[in-house]
Ligand binder design. Structure first.
Ligand SMILES: *Cc1c(COP(=O)(O)O)cnc(C)c1O
Length: 385
């Protein structure tokens, strides 16, 4: 293959990391299900939990190419990737600075597991760079961010975080799930470790559980040493499905992103909607930062229904858009954070985080935006009655 760095994004999605079918010359990667390989006198033998079966090894190259890093690694879930990465770079006595608003599962992992390992953590009070700096201590080893964040699509300045961390020899990690590698490549802004729930945009069809990490060869080698002990590798059957999904990553995410901007602009001018949260809108407080670091503004948005329109009633009237817990599939889905992801918090805690009763998180799919808007409209009309 020609120099993969010179390939266009769709060519990268389709061709980088294919497993060549040398035996039959088939058009797609064969699946190697073997858990046992000849000894062959190589330093590391092939074995599923060593993350190096033919399908795993090749798909890692596609992940790296998409994130423009030297290397990649794939896991059985986003949390397997996130936990393996964190516990590689944090040991007893270390300290990690974590952005206040992060994915709920990551938050739970930190607050319920880190005490057991003697790892200290501090949460910032916002996604602003000024709130990270004062938290740096002598033993701070990692800064962990997520941008855009869930559910209010806050934006963290990656370049500023990268520079601050380098000054103090701190490793930076980002959860890049919401943007996907199509809309944002954190390595270009000095972020070290890029994490993905591949269950979301990378899988894209709401039928795969997987995770991914992209980073330098050296960082991936370190993570690998820890990851083989935790054993969160992905089955080769699913590796193959993920490879298939990634072939259309750019086509899907581009279309979804285009739809999201169209719908965000429409909802912003709607008399029954109080507020729209989308980094692509000029009204978004960090729109300028988003413009600097994102190729597109993503396909996730949130909006607040006007008082008097019940979030659950509204969602029950939707016919095309599915109320659903997960996100990033090619079908559009909504969720009411108050009732689901943030249900365990008190109302005061929710309001502190800016999450109001009428907030709806909208994962925009590939359906025609006119159809999506028509569905939202009729549900608003019915929910108002
Ligand atoms: C879903 C999700 C995760 C966790 O991924 P799993 O594949 O469910 O383990 C992490 N971060 C973000 C932003 C997510 O949306």
């Amino acid at each position: 293959m020609k120099d993969i760095k010179k390939l266009g994004i769709n060519s990268t999605c389709v061709h980088v990391g294919e497993v060549e079918d040398t035996q039959f010359k088939g058009a797609v990667s064969p699946i190697y299900m073997s858990t046992s390989y000849a000894f062959d006198n190589v330093p590391i033998k092939r074995y599923p939990r060593y993350y190096n079966t033919p399908n795993q090894e090749m798909l890692c190259k596609k992940i790296a190419a998409l994130e423009k890093t030297e290397a990649g690694l794939i896991f059985s879930s986003g949390m397997a990737a996130i936990s393996s990465a964190m516990l590689t770079f944090l040991k007893k006595g270390d300290h990690v600075i974590v952005q206040q608003v992060i994915y709920g599962g990551t938050y739970n992992f930190i607050v319920s597991e880190f005490d057991k390992y003697g790892i200290y953590y501090s949460f910032t009070t916002s996604d602003k760079i000024e709130d990270f700096r004062p938290l740096i201590k002598k033993n701070t080893k990692v800064i962990y961010i997520e941008t855009p964040s869930n559910p209010l699509l806050g934006i963290t300045d990656m370049k500023a975080i990268g520079a601050l961390a380098k000054e103090h020899q701190i490793t930076t990690m980002i959860d890049n799930t919401f943007a996907s590698p199509i809309n944002q490549n954190p390595a270009e802004f000095g972020i070290d470790i890029i994490l993905h729930s591949a269950t979301k945009y990378m899988g894209g069809h709401s039928d795969i559980s997987a995770g991914a990490i992209a980073a330098s060869e050296q960082h991936i080698a370190e993570i690998w040493k820890t990851a083989i002990n935790f054993g969160g590798n992905l089955s080769d059957q699913t590796v193959w499905l993920l490879e298939r999904s990634l072939k259309t990553l750019n086509l899907r995410v581009k279309e979804q992103t285009k739809n999201a901007l169209f719908i965000a602009e429409y909802l912003e001018n709607h008399s029954d909607i109080d507020r729209v949260y989308y980094p692509g809108l000029k009204s978004h407080p960090q729109h300028t930062i988003a413009k600097k670091q994102m190729n597109g503004f993503g396909a996730m948005l949130s909006f607040e229904l006007k008082e008097g329109i019940d979030a659950m009633v509204f969602q029950n009237y939707l016919t095309l858009i599915k109320p659903s817990m997960s996100l990033a599939g090619l079908e559009s889905t909504t969720v009411s954070p108050t009732q689901t992801t943030h249900a365990l918090l008190t109302e005061t805690q929710r309001l502190e985080r800016g999450i109001k009763e009428g907030l709806i998180r909208f994962s925009v799919g590939i359906e025609e935006p006119e159809d999506l808007i028509a569905d939202l409209e009729q549900a608003i009309v019915k929910a108002k009655k």
